[in-house]
Design a protein around this ligand. Structure first.
Ligand code: OFO
Length: 170
């Protein structure tokens, strides 16, 4: 497998595992603040991030690349309030989109068509993830001064279904 692409995909595996850690940390923050619906939603998203990492892990193996797992930094643990915690994941999703776009640029420049096509899944996924985080951030911001509003959102977020189990790269 192309060495530059292999290295960049391993860095993305690392970024996805950091996403997993960040959402888990936000889940812990909400659980500690008795917003269990928010905590549940973030925990389900953490599972999705684990799946994103594993999809790249499987692709690297499938293409004859070497998986190199890198150390994961500790994420933040505290935020000034619910909207700040959601804003942290929104900003993170925006940064991830930038990384995915750079990966597509690299794979295209290296004529690695298989990787380019595989990455289209991530391009689409980021459109959805940014939009979801953006909506949640604005809704939380709207009601933040009202405990009733926050509890309404909390109840809604509690209904998020579990993430599907990781599947090999499609
Ligand atoms: Fe949230 O999409 Fe992966 O990182």
């Amino acid at each position: 497998m192309n060495v530059k692409v292999e290295k960049a995909l391993n860095q993305q595996v690392h970024a996805e595992f950091f996403s997993f850690y960040l959402y888990l940390s936000v889940a812990a923050y909400f659980a500690a603040n008795h917003l269990d619906g928010f905590a549940h939603w973030m925990r389900v998203q953490a599972q999705e991030e684990f799946n994103h990492a594993m999809k790249l892990f499987d692709f690297l193996n499938e293409r004859g690349g070497t998986v190199e797992l890198l150390p994961i930094d500790a994420p933040a643990r505290e935020w000034p309030g619910p909207s700040a915690a959601v804003e942290a994941v929104l900003n993170h999703e925006r940064a991830i989109s930038g990384r995915i776009n750079s990966l597509v640029d690299l794979a295209t420049a290296e004529n690695d068509h298989a990787t380019t096509v595989m990455l289209h899944w991530y391009v689409n996924e980021q459109v959805e993830e940014e939009a979801t985080a953006d909506t949640l951030f604005h809704q939380v911001k709207m009601v933040e001064s009202s405990p009733y509003g926050l509890l309404m959102i909390d109840r809604e977020l509690a209904g998020r279904p579990a993430a599907a189990a990781p599947s090999p790269a499609e």
